[in-house]
Structures are given as structure tokens and as C-alpha cells.
Write a protein that binds this ligand. Sequence first.
Ligand SMILES: [Zn+2]
Ligand SMILES: [Zn+2]
Length: 438
Amino acid sequence: MKMKLAISALALIASTAAPAAALSDAIQADMPQLMALYRDLHANPELSIQEYRTPAKLAPEMRKLGFAVTEKVGKTGLVAVMKNGPGPVLMLRADMDALPVKEQTGLPFASKVMGKLPDGTDTPVMHACGHDTHITSWLATARRLAAMKDQWSGTLVMILQSGEETGEGARAMLTEGLYTRFPKPSYVLAFHDSAILPAGVIGVTPGYTTASVDNVDILVRGVGGHGATPQATKDPIVLGSRIVMALQTLVSREKNPLDPAVVTVGSFQAGTKHNVIPDEAKLQLTVRTYKPEVRKLLLDGIARIARGEAIAAGVPDNRVPVVTIREEQHTPATFNTEKLANRELALFGQHFGKDRTTILPPLMVGEDVGRYWLDDPTVEGTLFWVGGVPKAKWDAAGGDTTKLPSLHSPFWAPDAPTVILTGTEALTIAALDILKKS
Ligand SMILES: [Zn+2]
Ligand SMILES: [Zn+2]
């Protein structure tokens, strides 16, 4: 019995260790080309739903590898399919949009690109969320899996998604037939670079990993007039302030303290002059939760508080606040299905070692990747994190990430080679595991 165990343990080492080193070597050999692509993508970022150059650059690369490529799925998204015998359908997703941020990293390939927001405003553009590392790893993974076709069986669907930052892209791809025009996956995997993990460390969160995000507008209407005669007005600035303060009680008093949630009023605009009481004030809120029932509680509460405070302030019935939930901008929470998340956690722990694999607590940021499996319990999905903080910076900050640039910061400069190498290796071994030959 003992003997048998020893042999099977040896066999296991022989079967995993050698290919692991070979895989890492193969990606390393590809790194000069991959880094050239990364620097090019970084220097040429594109805003959400304006990603034209990026998919046009990647499409021929994927065709060369033998993928059937369809462009312009979900606005500017790209779908690449490789059918390779019987087996499950696995979808690997990378997002490709950048942000209206003026890059200040000082990198030699820093972006100098200017873009236009949907309202026509000019803005600098930067890959401040690191989606350029995702795209590069996505292509690198496609190359490895195409080269290792004899080692897996099944169907690989690889997508480049547009408009992640605006919460539109995943929905657009699904509405435009991702699951009807192309093979529907049983498994979905994606990774995001992380500004709270040291470079090369993988974080997985079984269960909720990112939050549900809602944008809510409140138009507070009053009755304007002279600043010296408040008795003849209904001051929307005072009413708006009461609403802002009352909203704080939603999180502190109305919901279960064990359910995480955020209500932030990020914008409060009103008035033009010292001595004029304006007609209206505009509030913009971000509302973040995990559970749908907590989301409903908060959204209902916001409408109730806005109306109730207006009544308390004596605003006429025809001037009560208008509360608009921007459904088209909603991002649902991403729930990593536990079976798949735990499978990846075990796989990464075995492959990269325990010191490079960690369970990360859930975050309050939004990511729309969860949409790909939200409505179908038969689809398993996981979004994992790949640490991007350069080691020297991590050590200098003593691991205190509040001292380091976050995602979306103009200073966010991940250790791109390490993210790309780790992300590619992780996606490749996960794909080989899911699509292993029976
Ligand atoms: Zn982002
Ligand atoms: Zn992102």
C-alpha cells in the first residue's frame, strides 16, 4: 500500500512538474513579442465602446492560430472559437477598454492619447485599470492552447469584451447573440490585475468577489428666488443636504449590518450665485451591494427618503424629487461559483505554490463579467485576481496598499511582465484542467 502510494505520488510529480516548467518556458520564450504587444496597447488605449484598433490588431493573430473569428459582437467585441473534439465548452474573457485618465506613470510608453467622451468632451485616455495586461495574456493563452491542441479536448471560446468600465459590454455581447450564435460555455474564466496583491500572487474569492453597482440620479426640485427672501422659496440646496444626511441612515440603520453596502453621494450640483436660491439641485449616487434583496432595500429607501424629505420641507406635490435609477448602467455583483472557484484555488495552489495563491476578501468595485453566468445556474464562472504591484514598491510600502496607487489611478503601473506571465500560465493550466482528455 505504502509502495503504491509512493509510486503514484512520483507519477503525479512526473506528470505535472515537467509540463509546468515547459509551459512557463514556452511563455517566457514568447515574452519579447508579448511585451511589444503590451507596450503598443498601453500607448494606444481606447475608451469604452470605442475599441476599434485593439480588436482589429488581435483578430488576425487569432485567425493565424486557427480560431474562427467574428468581430463586432456586442458593439466592438470579438469572439474567437476553436473546436477541438468532444468535451466541455470553456469561455475565456478579456476586457479591452481604457479610462478617461491622464497618465502620469512616467513610463517610456505612457499614453499621450486623447479621446472623446460620449457627450463630446475631450479627455486624455489611459489603460489605468490594466486591461492591456488582460488582452496580452489572452493572446498568449490562445497561443499556448493552440500549440498544445493534442493535450486537450473540447471547445474554446475566447472573447475580447468592450465597455467593461461603463458596465455595458457583457450585456451587449449577450444581447447580440454570444450564447446563440456561438457555442454556449459551461465554464467561464477571466482574471483582473490587482493593485492590492504583490506581483505574481493570485487571489481567488469563492462566492461574491465584486459588487453590484448602481448609478442613481436625484433631481431635487424646489422653488427658487432671492437669497434674502427664503420665506418665499423652497430651497433645494437645504433639501438636498437633508436628503444626503438622511441617506446615511440606509446603510447604518436600515440594512442588516452583516450585509455589506455603500451609498456614496459623489456629486452635488446646484446654484450659480451667492444671493440666488436656485430652482433645483442635482445629486449623483453610487450604490453598492452584493445581494439583490439588499440592492432593492437601498434603492427603494433612496426613493422613499427623497420623497419624504421633500414632504417634510413643504415642497409642493408637483415638485417632489425625481429619482432615476440608471438601469442601463447597472453592473450586477460577480458571484464566483464555489465549485469552480475552489477548483482553481486548489489548482493554482498546487501549480504556483501556497505562497503565491491566496483567498482574497470580496471587493466593493464592479466588474460585469458575472453577467455571463448570472442567469444560468448550469454555468460555472470565476474571476480571479493576479497581483501587479511591483515587488520593490510592495516592500517599500510594507504591504500597506493604501500607500500605493490603486486601479484607475494615473500612477498605476503594474509589473506587466509578471502579470502577463502569471495570468497566461493560470489561464492555460485552468483550461487544460477543464478541457482535459477523458
Ligand atoms: Zn476599471
Ligand atoms: Zn478593470
